[in-house]
Ligand binder design. Structure first.
Ligand code: HEC
Ligand code: HEC
Ligand code: HEC
Ligand code: HEC
Ligand code: HEC
Length: 188
């Protein structure tokens, strides 16, 4: 079921979307988030991935939209995990500002050069007999709804599962939102 596809890189423009004073339009001040320096990665929740890819750096500090990388979340059951080509689109030029960033980004470049994409460890996984279409949920709950089910990934140095993903969890929201609870909705 795991489709680790991706789409072609769309350039580096988004990397320059770093929050700055310009975000103070409409009288709203968006506080600039700085991802922390992490000295002990062993204490982080969630599995250690082959490359220490940080959501708090990319989606938090640099504000790259979730859909830039999970580009099929609103149109398909599977959100998609970006291809290494998408990473390299930026990291061909961005080498990293600290020694630890540079060491991890080197792995991105090596993966690209050797055509050996990283084997990302899957974190959220329902049993095969359950159907979960992302696009149906995003259509109703919106593209900003990721945190409802995944927690605030923008603050996570390493992604971990926040919701239980049990049947009771699904049903609770379906009851609240008056969505069907027919067994066949979720079970084949
Ligand atoms: C839109 C541009 C962009 C894309 C796409 C992108 N990155 Fe980055 N990445 C950055 C920026 C900016 C930094 C911060 C560099 C610094 O200041 O050290 C960074 C930092 C990193 C770092 C070091 C910090 C950390 O996260 O541990 C790693 C490793 C990394 N990127 C891996 C990846 C991987 C893997 C992908 C693809 C899944 C990817 N990047 C896609 C822009 C991008
Ligand atoms: C620069 C690319 C990039 C951006 C931007 C990005 N992600 Fe990811 N995401 C990845 C990669 C690569 C993985 C697989 C490695 C990992 O788990 O860290 C991943 C994994 C995940 C996972 C865990 C998947 C699993 O295996 O269960 C979730 C949930 C997730 N992302 C949500 C988000 C959300 C929500 C946002 C926006 C706030 C976001 N991502 C922004 C690249 C990105
Ligand atoms: C209503 C709850 C819900 C919402 C909203 C939601 N997700 Fe998920 N997400 C899940 C569940 C449940 C899974 C596990 C699905 C499975 O195993 O089939 C999952 C899995 C994922 C995965 C891993 C899939 C893979 O192929 O490795 C990623 C990445 C992800 N979600 C990203 C996102 C992003 C980005 C958003 C927001 C645009 C989002 N999700 C919104 C519930 C949700
Ligand atoms: C945060 C609220 C929320 C959670 C949690 C949630 N859902 Fe839903 N779900 C919805 C909403 C809202 C809809 C209605 C979409 C529509 O009207 O098209 C929906 C619709 C569905 C559908 C019907 C899609 C279709 O084709 O009509 C399925 C299947 C489904 N959800 C499965 C699940 C499963 C499985 C889980 C747990 C792993 C889950 N949902 C968790 C809110 C949620
Ligand atoms: C909104 C989605 C949803 C609906 C509706 C739903 N289920 Fe489930 N069901 C799940 C999910 C997700 C799991 C897997 C997680 C778990 O075991 O809690 C599951 C697991 C199960 C299991 C396996 C439990 C186990 O311990 O292995 C059975 C049996 C089951 N469901 C029966 C039903 C029946 C009967 C109905 C109708 C009355 C129903 N389900 C309706 C989402 C749903």
């Amino acid at each position: 079921m795991t489709k680790r596809g991706g789409r072609a890189a769309a350039g580096v423009a988004v990397a320059l979307l770093v929050a700055g004073p310009a975000a103070a339009q409409n009288g709203q001040r968006t506080p600039v988030f700085r991802a922390p320096v992490i000295s002990d990665t062993g204490k982080l929740a969630g599995p250690r991935q082959p490359i220490f890819f940080r959501h708090d750096v990319h989606a938090g500090q640099d504000q790259i939209p979730c859909l830039y990388c999970h580009s099929t979340v609103a149109i398909s059951s599977e959100p998609g995990i970006p291809a290494i080509q998408t990473c390299f689109g930026c990291h061909q030029m961005i080498a990293g500002s600290t020694p630890s960033h540079q060491a991890e980004i080197k792995k991105v470049r090596e993966a690209w050069a050797s055509k050996q994409p990283p084997h990302w460890i899957r974190i959220h996984a329902l049993p095969g007999f359950v159907r979960f279409p992302h696009m149906r949920h995003i259509k109703v709950l919106g593209t900003e709804s990721c945190l409802t089910c995944h927690g605030d990934v923008r603050m996570m140095p390493q992604v971990h599962q926040v919701a239980t993903l049990t049947m009771g969890w699904c049903i609770t929201c379906h009851v609240q939102r008056q969505v069907s609870r027919d067994c066949t909705l979720c079970h084949y």
